[in-house]
Design a binder for this molecule. Structure first.
Ligand code: HEC
Ligand code: HEC
Ligand code: HEC
Ligand code: HEC
Ligand code: HEC
Length: 476
């Protein structure tokens, strides 16, 4: 045999081995399919909807009291109560209308899918909480039970095309013949609805139409894309694994005790800023998911003793443990920042990331010249539009052509430096220099709420402290 023939034979052999392996895989797969009692059914979906096709969550309440209570406290139930959403929706509508552009159900499609699917909203520019309260309950409930539990096909990601004024593109493949789907494969019968096991309900793709938005193909709010291909994806840690932790209990009144039920609080960072909110159970769920979600550390240990002859340099590393970037989603409204304080014998000699009398940090928006807090680090995104404007006061997500991304990447970290000027005169025997660093997180900056005239609501904004480190050195 010639060299070429040998090579060919080797290639042929490895090709054959490959074919064999592939055949084995297919064999295994098909055996698997055969082994299953019910093969994956061909499921229908609907292309037009009436409001009555869906039930209100209140109809599920009697039989599913736990699910109802948890969902009621969640941001999904809040998606059409949020005063920030109403104001920003109106602002976006007005800004585009003045250029002859119709946004239509752009903001409505994910926040109240039933309103969008039934074309219930006619005057988007005047959509206020008062108008909302006149619409059918199913619509007022926003991301309600039936929006999720009538899903028959896993959705595609949402891309809007501004050139074609194609803003209503969110993918909903639902079927409303009364069947409710999810992960119970032996559901007990009940007089209200048929139940069916659906293999897609524990998958991240399930959340993708609403939690992954691109604008002309550009990443805008892309929690799913951040997660896809990450170590979490590889380990089978889906959105539901972290956001719908399991517990033992009853899926329905009178049903059997089950070990793998799923919490419906969907904790992230958001909490209601309307009225006196107790946030029934949502607050502990947020505290739990945020616990350990990021770590703050000194990049290298501080020396025991430092000399006051030169400024102290400290390097801090912040690592992300969430299943996607931190923050994620509406990253341009979120504030995740580092607060650094240095005290000498109790007197503050340096601070960054502190709040002013309005509760704001001195960021890009409130302190563009970086005068009051030149070393501030905020981990979020800043959107830019075609005219070169930037930031949440000027640019709505559908207008973005570019974003600066300062978020903590998934499974990644950022390191930041601080330079602290030390006093030149140090008392005999030295001083104690205490350094403390906190990673802080909140939904909105107070100035945004004031800007859209939500004044009292500012008081109800919560700050979550994610992690904190302190160290002391002797200053000589
Ligand atoms: C008359 C009582 C009753 C009402 C009303 C009711 N359900 Fe159910 N539902 C049940 C029972 C019972 C089960 C089965 C529980 C089990 O087997 O553990 C069930 C199961 C389910 C399942 C699991 C399906 C599966 O196979 O995985 C979903 C999802 C569901 N219901 C959603 C809803 C929604 C949404 C509503 C309101 C629109 C609703 N249910 C109203 C009694 C009810
Ligand atoms: C029909 C659209 C839709 C679907 C499907 C959906 N979500 Fe959401 N989700 C939203 C909207 C809209 C909000 C924000 C509501 C608000 O705060 O006004 C939200 C909020 C959240 C939050 C809270 C975020 C925060 O900042 O506190 C989490 C967590 C979340 N969703 C997780 C999920 C997961 C996990 C899935 C899939 C199992 C899912 N969602 C499916 C629309 C959806
Ligand atoms: C390994 C656990 C984990 C997985 C997997 C995970 N998340 Fe999260 N998620 C978190 C943590 C922790 C936070 C809080 C930190 C943050 O905001 O990024 C969070 C926050 C969020 C928020 C609020 C983001 C913000 O900053 O406003 C949304 C929305 C969300 N997750 C949706 C999802 C979706 C959708 C998926 C699946 C594609 C998913 N999560 C997968 C842990 C996880
Ligand atoms: C944002 C989507 C979403 C909303 C809204 C939602 N669910 Fe679910 N629900 C799910 C998903 C996803 C699962 C399965 C989670 C898994 O297997 O990881 C589930 C599971 C269930 C189950 C099966 C038992 C369990 O706990 O796993 C029942 C019953 C149920 N939901 C009822 C309800 C009711 C009632 C409401 C409204 C009060 C509701 N759900 C709102 C997504 C949703
Ligand atoms: C593709 C679906 C989608 C579209 C379109 C959409 N949103 Fe959202 N919105 C979401 C999801 C999902 C979240 C939660 C993400 C997170 O917490 O980071 C959210 C969160 C928000 C929040 C934060 C709520 C809170 O209390 O933390 C506001 C405000 C908001 N959206 C306003 C709007 C406005 C205004 C529009 C239209 C200009 C819009 N949204 C269009 C899906 C969407």
């Amino acid at each position: 045999m010639t060299v070429q023939q040998i090579q060919f034979q080797q290639v042929q052999q490895s090709y054959n081995r490959l074919c064999f392996a592939v055949a084995l895989i297919f064999f295994a797969l098909s055996c698997n399919d055969l082994g299953k009692e019910t093969p994956i059914p061909e499921r229908p979906f609907q292309t037009s909807f009436k409001v009555e096709d869906f039930s209100s969550a209140t109809e599920c309440q009697n039989c599913h009291p736990n699910h109802y209570e948890e969902w009621s406290a969640s941001m999904h139930a809040y998606s059409t109560q949020d005063p920030v959403w109403f104001k920003l929706q109106q602002n976006a509508q007005n800004a585009h209308a003045s250029e002859g552009i119709e946004l239509g159900d752009f903001c409505v499609q994910c926040h109240s899918p039933i309103a969008a699917l039934t074309d219930a909203i006619t005057d988007h520019k005047n959509l206020t909480p008062e108008v909302m309260s006149t619409l059918p309950l199913q619509i007022q409930e926003g991301v309600t039970c039936d929006v999720c539990h009538t899903i028959t096909h896993l959705p595609e990601t949402t891309d809007i095309q501004t050139g074609e004024q194609n803003y209503e593109t969110a993918d909903f493949k639902l079927y409303t013949d009364g069947t409710r789907y999810s992960i119970i494969d032996d559901p007990q019968d009940n007089p209200f609805h048929e139940s069916e096991y659906h293999e897609g309900y524990d998958q991240s793709d399930f959340c993708r139409n609403c939690h992954n938005l691109t604008v002309n193909g550009l990443d805008a709010e892309v929690t799913n894309s951040e997660w896809e291909g990450s170590a979490f994806d590889a380990m089978g840690s889906e959105c539901q694994t972290c956001h719908m932790p399991t517990y033992e209990g009853y899926a329905a009144e009178g049903g059997p005790l089950r070990e793998n039920l799923h919490r419906h609080y969907f904790p992230g960072v958001g909490t209601s800023i309307v009225g006196e909110s107790e946030n029934n159970g949502l607050l502990p769920a947020i505290a739990e998911i945020l616990d350990g979600s990021a770590d703050v550390n000194f990049f290298e240990p501080l020396a025991d003793t430092v000399l006051s002859t030169e400024p102290l340099k400290i390097k801090i590393i912040i690592s992300n443990n969430a299943g996607h970037n931190f923050p994620s989603g509406v990253t341009f409204t979120r504030q995740l920042w580092l607060e650094v304080t240095a005290n000498i014998d109790g007197d503050t000699i340096f601070q960054s990331g502190h709040l002013n009398e309005n509760g704001d940090i001195y960021d890009f928006y409130t302190d563009p010249e970086k005068q009051y807090d030149p070393q501030l680090n905020v981990f979020n995104t800043v959107l830019y539009n075609e005219a070169g404007d930037s930031g949440i006061m000027n640019v709505s997500v559908e207008d973005m052509i570019w974003m600066n991304d300062y978020t903590l990447p998934v499974s990644g970290s950022r390191t930041v430096n601080y330079i602290i000027d030390l006093p030149t005169v140090v008392p005999e025997g030295g001083s104690n220099l205490d350094i403390s660093v906190r990673l802080r997180f909140r939904s909105f900056p107070p100035f945004l709420l004031r800007h859209i005239n939500l004044i009292e609501e500012v008081e109800r904004l919560l700050i979550w402290d994610i992690d904190q480190i302190t160290d002391s050195v002797t200053l000589e």
